[in-house]
Write a protein that binds this ligand. Sequence first.
Ligand SMILES: Nc1ncnc2c1ncn2[C@@H]1O[C@H](COP(=O)(O)OP(=O)(O)OP(=O)(O)O)[C@@H](O)[C@H]1O
Length: 231
Amino acid sequence: MTGTPAPGNSGLLVADGVAVELDGAELLAPTTLALAAGTCVAVRGQNGAGKTTLLRVLSGRLRPTAGSVRLAGDALDERRADHRAAVAALIEPPTLYPDLTIQDQLALIEAAWSGARSGSRSEPLERAAIAAPGFGSGAIDHFGLEGLRTRFPHELSSGQRQLVSLAVTFARPASVLLLDEPEQRLDPDRRGLVAKAIERARAQGVAVAFATHDPELVARVADAEVVVGVA
Ligand SMILES: Nc1ncnc2c1ncn2[C@@H]1O[C@H](COP(=O)(O)OP(=O)(O)OP(=O)(O)O)[C@@H](O)[C@H]1O
C-alpha cells in the first residue's frame, strides 16, 4: 500500500534540499533531513534562521520552492487525507474552541480520531498512515492539566495554554510529530513533561522533529540535530 509507513522505516519523512524563497528573500536555505520511525531530530538555528519555515514545509502546509519532501516514499501532499492523518504538527498554536472546556476540547479530538482507527471514516482516512494511537484524553493528565479540566481557554495563563496546545497535539494518532519550540513559556518542570511526552511518543514508533532554543531538551531527547540558516 503506498503511503503507509512501515515500522522501522529509516526514511519515514525525508526532506531533500528543501528551500523556501519569497520575493527574492531566502526564508529557508537548502536543508536535508531524514526522520525515521521512533527517532527524534532537533532543529536548531538562531532567530529568523528558518526553523518554523522548515517545520511548515515538513508538515506539507508550505510548499518548498526547491527540493522535495517524501512521506513513506510518496511526495508529501497536504491534500491527501492519509498524509494529513500521518502528521501531527504544533507549529502555530492550534485554535482552541473558546466555548469548550479543556476536557471537552480533548474529548472532541479523541472522538474525531477514534473514528479514523475504527474505520468509520472516509476511505482515505481508513488508509491513514497511523502508527501510534496518541495519548487520547490521557494527554490531560500527562501535561498536568487535571486541575484545569473545567476551565475555558480564556481562563488560562499563556503557559497553561501552551500545555493545552501540547495536549491537543499529542492526543491524536500520528506517525510523525512536528513541534515548534514546544518548551516555549514553560517552566523547567513542565519542560520535563514535554521531554517525557516526546520519549513516550518515540517509544510508540512516532518520528519526532522539534525546533527549539533549549539545549537541555535537545540533550535529553534528540538523536540528531539539524542546524538551519548556515550556508
Ligand atoms: N510570512 C512571511 N513573509 C515574509 N518573510 C517571512 C514570513 N515568515 C517568516 N519570514 C521570514 O523567514 C525567515 C525565517 O523565519 P522562521 O519563522 O522560519 O524563523 P525561525 O528560525 O523559526 O525563528 P525564531 O527562532 O525566531 O522562531 C525570517 O527571516 C523571517 O523574517
